[in-house]
Design a protein around this ligand. Structure first.
Ligand code: GLN
Length: 192
């Protein structure tokens, strides 16, 4: 099994090394050909508008949508990746590009100027001890459908959630040594 990291923008190498340390082959994904080889794809943080436009232009968006719908690809969206997975983006840019896969309504840059970047401990469903989340101009899920399982929340809203083969977090799990979020994604990819 191989897991890909969308290699357009963001902390690609950190995601690749976290996955490799979960004993799974990790590959950067830039083309449709490489996408075909992977069971799961991480969509890293960055700028959701830029990443969204580039995946449309490169022809990756359509196969990502198709395979996610047919259940043959697991997706892990972190920060900007969580925005791209959402059905609805509040205050997005005009023509905000989206994959529209997760039954979520998302607010971008949800923590305001004072808390643009911060770290905090999170209680994550299924984890036996708290996880440190690194939030960088992070989005939140303000509303989620019944089919979405909430995994962690802050007072502002949901910051980690799962819906079938889709996993999304507001923070940057690749920027700490804690690999539990990536391990959870690896387990999801194994049953794809
Ligand atoms: N604010 C960015 C966006 O909405 C996300 C920031 C990040 O990925 N660190 O695209």
């Amino acid at each position: 099994m191989k897991i890909g990291v969308l290699s357009i923008q963001g902390a690609v190498s950190e995601h690749l090394s976290h996955i490799a340390r979960c004993d799974v082959e990790a590959v950067p994904v830039k083309t449709k050909e490489t996408l075909c080889e992977v069971s799961g794809l991480v969509i890293p943080g960055g700028e959701s508008t830029t990443i969204g436009k580039l995946i449309e232009i490169s022809g990756l968006a359509a196969p990502i949508r198709e395979r996610a719908h047919s259940g043959t690809l697991a997706l892990f969206g972190t920060c900007a990746g969580l925005v791209l997975l959402a059905q609805e983006v509040l205050d997005g840019t005009k023509n905000q590009p989206k994959l529209e896969l997760m039954n979520t309504r998302v607010k971008r840059n949800a923590f305001g100027r004072q808390r643009e970047s911060f770290e905090t401990k999170l209680e994550v469903k299924g984890f036996t001890s708290p996880l440190v989340g690194v939030f960088i101009r992070a989005p939140i899920i303000v509303e989620a459908g019944e089919d979405v399982e909430e995994l962690a929340r802050l007072p502002e809203g949901i910051v980690a959630a799962r819906q079938g083969n889709l996993l999304a977090v507001s923070f940057h799990p690749e920027l700490t040594d804690d690999r539990r979020m990536h391990q959870l994604f690896v387990e999801m990819c194994k049953v794809i």
